[in-house]
Design a binder for this molecule. Structure first.
Ligand code: SF4
Length: 157
C-alpha cells in the first residue's frame, strides 16, 4: 500500500490517534502490494476521460489523481498515485461539457479526484466552463471539511 503523509498531518498525528488512524497504514497494510480492485466500478462507467457517469442525474469528475496525503479508506487508492495518467486538459473539460449537454438528465456535477485543491487553476477553469451548462443548478457546495482543515491550510483559492 502506498503511503504519503504531508508534514502538517505528520505533526497533527503526533497528538491525535484519529489522524494517525486515517493516514498511517497498519503493518499488514504497509506490506500489502496487491492491486486494489475498482470497488465502485468507476472505470466501467467512464464516458469521456475524467468523467464517470454511474447514476442518471449526476456525474463525477476526477480533476486530478494527485493528493497531498493518501487516506487509508480511499476507494481510488489504486489510481491516486498515477498523477501523470490523470492529468486533465482544458480540451478534456470541453469534452466533458459536450457529454453533459448531450445528456440532459444530468443535473449535478461532483468535482473530485485526487484532490481538486491541488490543481487550483484547473479547478477554476472547470467551474467557469461547467457553470455555463444550463441544465446544472448552480449551487456550489463544499464537501471538503476534513481535508480542508487538515491539509489545505497552505493552499490559496
Ligand atoms: S482521493 Fe480523496 S480519499 Fe483518496 S487519498 Fe486522495 S484525498 Fe484521500
Amino acid at each position: 500500500m502506498l503511503i504519503k503523509i504531508s508534514p502538517h498531518l505528520k505533526q497533527l498525528a503526533k497528538e491525535s490517534p484519529a489522524i494517525r488512524k486515517q493516514f498511517y497504514a497498519t503493518d499488514l497494510e504497509a506490506k500489502d502490494v496487491t492491486q486494489l480492485p475498482d470497488l465502485l466500478l468507476e472505470e466501467a462507467h467512464t464516458k469521456v476521460k475524467g468523467l464517470v457517469h454511474k447514476y442518471d442525474n449526476r456525474v463525477l469528475i476526477l480533476l486530478t489523481l494527485q493528493c497531498a496525503s493518501y487516506c487509508r479508506f480511499c476507494t481510488r487508492r489504486r489510481t491516486v498515485s498515477q498523477v501523470a495518467s490523470g492529468v486533465i486538459t482544458k480540451q478534456d473539460l470541453f469534452n466533458m461539457k459536450t457529454y453533459i449537454l448531450q445528456n440532459s438528465q444530468i443535473k449535478e456535477i461532483i468535482l473530485s479526484g485526487g484532490d481538486p485543491f491541488t490543481v487550483v487553476p484547473l479547478l477554476k477553469e472547470a467551474l467557469t466552463i461547467f457553470s455555463r451548462i444550463p441544465q446544472i443548478k448552480w449551487e456550489p457546495e463544499f464537501r471538503y471539511q476534513i481535508q480542508k482543515e487538515l491539509i489545505a491550510s497552505s493552499y490559496k483559492l
